[in-house]
Design a protein around this ligand. Structure first.
Ligand code: ADP
Ligand code: MG
Length: 269
């Protein structure tokens, strides 16, 4: 299966009339007024009139300051948040709900604590009713690919934070999704582990999988993305093509993205 493309046309998203939808902790932060520069009261559109295409097999990094709508966009791509207006297509078809084609990976540890590393990785395969022998073989293969061979029987609590993120990455990819939607997946890791995970992602990723990678870290966005979409002010503030993706970060592009982010912060404060 090839990677999934996305077409985002004149898209508006809001949480109006959907109390308790999405991530509750973020909604709670919103109510206490601790939201970032792009924060706005609920009921209004979080994103308005967004136009953006994601090509099959690319890594699109989505950057933007806290509260600008990155997670909201990702939820809509996952089919967890309905479209307020405009169009949102995956592989040419309107997104109406979740699908195994579109896997999500979060920063938070979402492993099942009572299942071993291998059983966690095999979970999407069990859901897809892959026969047990093939399930075990594919899970073992993924354990090796993320550098955890020999740790298959460990429970999540007996793994480090970085190792747990490796298991999450393996689980996300083991089901062979056509797109992976990643929401600041390495955000809670220390700098060294984070760099290791970025390298690992570029090693295990291939163009059969489209990745939409949300991050507020400009260097991470420019390192991983074929393109970087900068969100701000309720829409697309900038769209940057990375000439040599997954090599090193071009200082000129870093300056450009930081300027787009800075302009947004000035506008909203
Ligand atoms: N479940 C929710 N209900 C209401 N408002 C929300 C909810 N989740 C996020 N928001 C609001 O939507 C805006 C964008 O949030 P979010 O997409 O989480 O931003 P980001 O991921 O870029 O930090 C913020 O103003 C936030 O307070
Ligand atoms: Mg977010």
């Amino acid at each position: 299966m090839s990677g999934l493309s996305f077409q985002i046309k004149d898209l508006s998203l809001s949480y109006a009339g959907r109390p308790g939808s999405g991530d509750r902790s973020e909604a709670r932060i919103g109510r206490t007024g601790l939201r970032g520069a792009g924060g706005r009261p609920t009921g209004q559109h979080v994103l308005t009139g967004l136009d953006l295409d994601v090509a099959a097999g690319e890594i699109l990094a989505v950057a933007g300051s806290s509260g600008c709508g990155k997670s909201t966009l990702l939820r809509a791509l996952a089919g967890l948040l309905p479209v307020a207006s405009g169009e949102l297509l995956a592989g040419g078809e309107p997104i109406r709900g979740t699908s195994a084609d579109r896997a999500l990976m979060f920063q938070e540890d979402a492993l099942l604590p009572w299942r071993s590393a291998r059983a966690n990785i095999a979970l999407p395969l069990a859901i897809q009713r892959v026969p047990r022998a093939e399930r075990d073989a594919r899970a073992a293969d993924w354990l090796a690919r993320v550098g955890l061979a020999g740790l298959e029987r460990r429970l999540p609590r007996d793994l480090s934070g970085g190792q747990r993120q490796r298991v999450q990455l393996a689980r996300t990819l083991a089901g062979r999704p056509r797109a992976v939607l990643m929401d600041e997946p390495f955000g809670a890791l220390d700098a060294q582990t984070r760099h290791e995970m970025q390298r690992l992602l570029t090693e295990v990723w291939n163009a059969d999988t489209t990745i939409v990678f949300v991050t507020h870290d400009v260097d991470e966005a420019l390192l991983l993305g074929d393109r970087v979409a900068v969100l701000g002010g309720g829409g697309l503030a900038d769209l940057v093509e990375v000439a040599h993706p997954r090599t090193s970060v071009d200082p000129a592009l870093r300056a450009r993205v930081l300027a787009s982010l800075g302009a947004q912060t000035l506008e909203t404060t």
